[in-house]
Design a binder for this molecule. Sequence first.
Ligand code: OAD
Length: 254
Amino acid sequence: MSGSDELARARRLVEAARSVAVLTGAGVSAESGVPTFRGPEGLWKGRRAETLATPAAFLQDPAEVWAFYRWRIESLRGVEPNPGHAALVRLEARCERFWLLTQNVDGLHRAAGSVHVVELHGTIRVARCIRCGSERDAEAALAGLGGGSIPLCAACGAHLRPAVVWFGEALPAAALAAAEEAVTGCDLMLVVGTSGIVQPAASFARAARARGAHVIEVNPETTPISGIAEVSLRERSAHLLPLLVAGGADRRDE
Ligand code: OAD
């Protein structure tokens, strides 16, 4: 099947779907200039994830972990959502039920205007107290602190940490519950820009497919999800997603 046949088939599936779950990964933000994790230019390249993105690393050297996250937070300044994020906002407007399950911590789906966003891995834009759980804006918490400093909780004085999910940690219960609802409630799952190897997100498409939902993948590369997807669109998401959702009616107006 040619690329345009595949796109036409995927568009028919999207147009027919009423309940849509979208699972996104770092590839969706790549064209906004946010690095992905794996691959030649990936964030994990040259770094051992376990030295930076684990609770044990934070206990051992919170300043080093914060230096990494501070750099990531600062590098998001001025970064804008791209046409792929915008297309998912339009798709949400057309669906009766919609869940945007994202592994991304950059906040770009919300910045684009997506409403029902489930941040499976938390958000880099918030810092949370390791003792009392109070949260505050991460940039504000870091403002005025020198490199090598650790932001402290205004309420109880304990260390703040990035409000992201680290390796070895459970996903937030509310996010898991929303993902379960999406997997069981969707009639189409669209998987975009993820390598599909980090659990539990990597299992969502298989679970949805096993229930009879359609699965479409958008990714320039083959992934473990490609074998499950009925249609794999080998394209960049900022280019492909606008084509995929073009022209449908807004069901909220019906
Ligand atoms: P990865 O870096 O593992 O994978 C990014 C995927 O995006 C790859 O499959 C690329 O082929 C694809 N890609 C690259 N550019 C793209 C583009 N322009 N359009 C569409 N796809 C593109 O990122 P994730 O799958 O998101 O977890 O990684 C999952 C999790 O692993 C992350 O949330 C993070 C990481 O460790 C934690 O930090 C807990």
